[in-house]
Design a protein around this ligand. Structure first.
Ligand SMILES: [Zn+2]
Length: 256
C-alpha cells in the first residue's frame, strides 16, 4: 500500500530571535526552536525527510556550523546525530532508500554526506540556488553540508514520489523549497511544510518568516499549505515550533 508508520526523529534545538520566524514581530525575544527529521516506513523501504544538523559541530561548532554557532548555540547531543537516531530504532543508514530534502539550508542538510548510497530528492531550483545563492540569503547555505558525491535527483514542481508520499513545491523561504504530504495506510494525512511554515502562527497571523528569500512567494506557499490542510484534511507539523513540538510523539514512538 504505502506509508505504514512514520517517526519524528529529534535533532536538537537552536536559540533564535522570534522575528526570524515571524517577520517584524517580537524582535529581540529569543525562542527555542526544535530541529527534526521524519522517517517514513514505506512498502518500498524507509524514506527519510531532512537530515538535521551537521554532527561535526559536536567537536568543532564553528567549523561545522559557521560563525552562527556562537549566536544560535545549537543544543545538539550525540543522540541527535541522524545516524544514531536511525540506529536507536534498529536501522543502519544503508537501509534508507531515499532522502527527501525540503531545502538545503544548514539546519536541514547537515547529515547529507552519510547518504551517498541512495537518491537525494529535491527541487531543481533548490539545487541550483544552493551552489550560487543570492548574497542576501547566502549565509544559510554551507557547501560543507551538501557538496559531496551525492546522487541528487531533482524534481520540478509537485510529484507523487511513491504511493502515499508527495512533494509539493512551496517556494518563498528559498526558490526551490518543497514540502511533503504523506498519507498513512490508516487514512490520515500529515503535512510536513519544512521552513515554508516554521510556526503555525505564520498561518494564524498571516505573517511570513523573517529569513525568507521572497515573502510574496512565501505567503502563496503558506496559504497553499493551509488549503491542503483544510481540504484533505491533514495535520500540519510545522518545522521549528516549540509549542507544536511539545505535543508531538517522538521516536521511538510512531504515528500509524
Ligand atoms: Zn530554512
Amino acid at each position: 500500500m504505502g506509508v505504514k508508520e512514520f517517526y519524528i526523529l529529534p535533532g536538537g534545538f537552536l536559540t533564535l530571535d522570534r522575528s526570524i520566524f515571524l517577520t517584524g514581530t517580537d524582535m529581540g525575544k529569543k525562542v527555542k526552536a526544535p530541529v527534526y527529521s521524519v522517517l517514513f516506513m514505506h512498502d518500498q523501504g524507509p524514506i527519510l525527510l531532512d537530515v538535521g544538523l551537521n554532527p561535526a559541530g559536536l567537536k568543532d561548532p564553528e567549523g561545522a556550523w559557521g560563525p552562527r554557532a556562537k549566536v544560535i548555540k545549537p543544543e545538539f547531543t550525540e543522540s541527535d546525530d541522524i545516524r544514531n537516531r536511525l540506529k536507536q530504532i534498529g536501522l543502519p543508514v544503508s537501509d534508507i532508500k531515499k532522502v527527501i530534502i525540503t531545502h538545503l539550508h544548514w539546519d536541514h542538510s547537515g547529515g547529507l554526506r552519510f547518504f551517498t548510497h541512495c537518491p537525494i530528492i529535491l527541487q531543481q531550483a533548490e539545487l541550483r540556488f544552493a551552489f550560487y545563492p543570492d548574497r542576501n540569503v547566502c549565509a544559510q547555505y554551507m557547501r560543507n553540508h551538501f557538496d559531496y558525491p551525492l546522487d541528487f535527483q531533482t524534481v520540478e514542481g509537485d510529484r507523487m514520489l511513491v504511493p502515499g508520499i508527495s512533494v509539493v513545491k512551496t517556494p518563498g523561504h528559498t526558490p526551490g523549497h518543497q514540502s511533503v504530504i504523506a498519507r498513512l495506510d490508516s487514512g490520515s494525512f500529515f503535512i510536513f511544510p519544512g521552513d515554508a511554515l516554521p510556526l503555525m502562527e505564520n498561518i494564524t497571523l498571516g505573517i511570513p518568516a523573517g529569513n525568507n528569500w521572497n515573502n510574496e512567494q512565501a505567503m502563496d506557499s503558506i496559504y497553499r499549505l493551509s488549503h491542503f490542510a483544510e481540504i484533505l484534511p491533514g495535520e500540519i507539523i510545522s518545522s521549528h515550533d516549540i509549542s507544536i513540538w511539545e505535543t508531538l510523539k517522538k521516536s521511538p514512538d510512531a504515528y500509524r
